[in-house]
Design a protein around this ligand. Structure first.
Ligand code: NAD
Length: 498
């Protein structure tokens, strides 16, 4: 990680940072064919950053056609896994060299603290790219033991054209979770970043070309839901990998079904339960971890621990510790390296979170926070907010808020806690804090969640672990070797030998 510098350095660098708003199609930056643009604003102070190409169906067609051409030509899909690995590693190296520039772009476009983008988003993106680059020449097929008159293999083949549609909360990282395995497997990729945070994806496309990605293998198209919709309906896209809201995920699945039955992978929302039993090994640590679980990245995290379930006998102690821990997450200017949290992405999201705070004020007890703050001349900053809900069926205890709002629920028995944890439509993540191994085994087995943490929350970032959800949190998994299979077809080849 580079030395963090101070706020003056980042503000000065922001003034001179080149911003590219054109789409990247077939190896070149291009305007939308219509010439239309939209403005990307910084959540930090509401200032306009760049005019960005508003891609429509015609632009999507061009990007998909370039992806198809490159795929069929075999310039990427048919080269050796070692050659693909070398290019992806070079790309990762270029991202590392440009960490400061990319981290600043990410902070300007998303309002995330510069300490997070330099220390988390960029290293995480680079790690992901390197991990899949390193994996791809170690993937083996199968040779089943069959009737000796025959010889057969089971092999993985790339799918073809993969569309990746991603959100704004970790713009580069969420993109990398899709494009790294998809490219490693030999596919050509068309990436559509969120219209709220397109700039970092556009910048890394040029670095990919510089690293040796052939033209057409990695394109970036910009625009809102209409551009994503065009990808989901496109009959020459073989797979769409999506991270975002359940509402859009459902629409994408329908569009895929009604067009060419392209493969659909969905990473959707969450309302994750963080359960603290009375025999928790370290209550102050559980409180600090619970605060980080919901307030990091301003709560704009799909796997945020947005529900804290605490056993009655330790509730008062834990809540006291939690209120202290929450103070650490008061927002600051995102370009101040000392800031732990920054701005909410935009006024639409802020209004949604504030509506939930209003609902919470009617159905639960506000313990702290709940107010917006003005920083850098705008009011897009929100205090860390904690409610105590007396009814586990309260809306704020079941619906995804996607902001720095925690709902605490007190329970009496483990069975009750698990029933509450499992009662939402989601199943992305959960945690259990206990010193008793039987309680831990019981809970980890019964919690309906793709990831379950024990005596910690979201601390280990390791690509070996699949990430994704049960139930309405989606299907398939990002990360780990399992993610690679999402971007390949299995082929059975059977040969008669005599
Ligand atoms: P969103 O669903 O509004 O948008 C996500 C992406 O889909 C954007 O690029 C958007 O332009 C595009 N889009 C919008 N309408 C579309 C349509 N009709 N067809 C195709 N594409 C369309 O989500 P968001 O507000 O960007 O992100 C927040 C949501 O993402 C939350 O629900 C959060 O939980 C979820 N999320 C999930 C994960 C995960 O890994 N499970 C990770 C991060 C965020």
């Amino acid at each position: 990680m580079p030395e963090l510098k101070d706020q003056t350095y980042w503000l000065e660098k922001a003034r001179t940072l080149p911003l590219e708003g054109r789409a990247f199609i077939d190896g070149a930056y291009v305007d939308a064919q219509s010439g239309a643009t939209f403005t990307s604003y910084s959540p930090i102070d509401g200032a306009p950053l760049a005019a960005v190409a508003q891609c429509a169906s015609a632009d999507i067609d061009l990007a998909v056609a370039a992806a198809r051409r490159s795929f069929e030509a075999g310039v990427w899909s048919a080269i050796s896994a070692q050659a693909r690995k070398a290019v992806l590693l070079k790309w990762a190296q270029l991202l590392e060299t440009h960490t400061r520039e990319l981290a600043l772009l990410e902070s300007l476009d998303s309002g995330k603290p510069i300490a997070d983008t330099t220390g988390g988003d960029l290293p995480g993106t680079i790690y992901c790219l390197r991990w899949f680059a390193e994996l791809i020449d170690k993937v083996h097929g199968e040779v089943p033991a069959i009737d000796p008159q025959f010889f057969g293999t089971v092999t993985h083949q790339p799918l073809g054209v993969v569309a990746a549609v991603v959100p704004w909360n970790y713009p580069l990282l969420m993109a990398a979770w899709k494009f790294a395995p998809a490219l490693a497997a030999g596919n050509s990729v068309v990436l559509k970043p969120s219209e709220k945070t397109p700039l970092s994806a556009l910048r890394i496309a040029a670095l990919g070309l510089q690293a040796g990605l052939p033209a057409g293998v990695f394109s970036v198209v910009c625009g809102d839901g209409q551009a994503g919709r065009a990808l989901s309906l496109h009959t020459d896209v073989d797979c769409i990998a999506f991270t975002g809201s359940g509402k859009v995920g459902r629409e994408i699945a329908k569009n895929a079904a009604s067009s060419n039955l392209k493969r659909v992978w969905l990473e959707l929302g969450g309302k994750s339960a963080n359960i603290v039993m009375a025999d928790c090994p370290d209550i102050p640590q559980a409180a600090r971890s619970a605060a980080a679980a919901i307030f990091a990245n301003m709560g704009q995290v799909c796997s945020a621990g947005s529900r804290l379930l605490v056993q009655r006998s330790i509730a008062d102690t834990l809540i006291t510790e939690l209120l202290q821990a929450a103070e650490h997450y008061q927002p600051g200017h995102p370009l101040d390296p000392a800031s732990v949290t920054g701005a909410i992405i935009d006024s639409v999201q802020l209004d949604q979170v504030c509506r939930y705070i209003e609902i919470g004020e009617h159905e639960a007890q506000l313990l702290t926070g709940g107010r917006t703050l003005t920083l850098a001349g705008t009011g897009a900053y929100l205090q860390p907010t904690i409610f105590l809900a007396h009814d586990a069926n309260a809306r704020i205890a079941n619906e995804e808020i996607f902001g720095p709002v925690l709902t605490v629920i007190v329970f009496d028995t483990l069975d009750e806690a698990i029933a509450i944890a499992n009662q939402t439509e989601y199943g992305l993540a959960a945690a259990i804090w206990s010193s008793d191994i039987s309680t831990v085994h019981n809970a980890t087995r019964r919690l309906k969640a793709g990831t379950v943490w024990v005596n910690c929350y979201d601390e280990l970032v390791d690509m070996n672990f699949p990430f994704g959800g049960f139930k309405a949190s989606g299907n398939g998994r990002d990360n780990s070797a399992h993610a690679l299979s999402k971007y390949t077809e299995l082929k059975s080849t059977i040969q008669r030998c005599r």
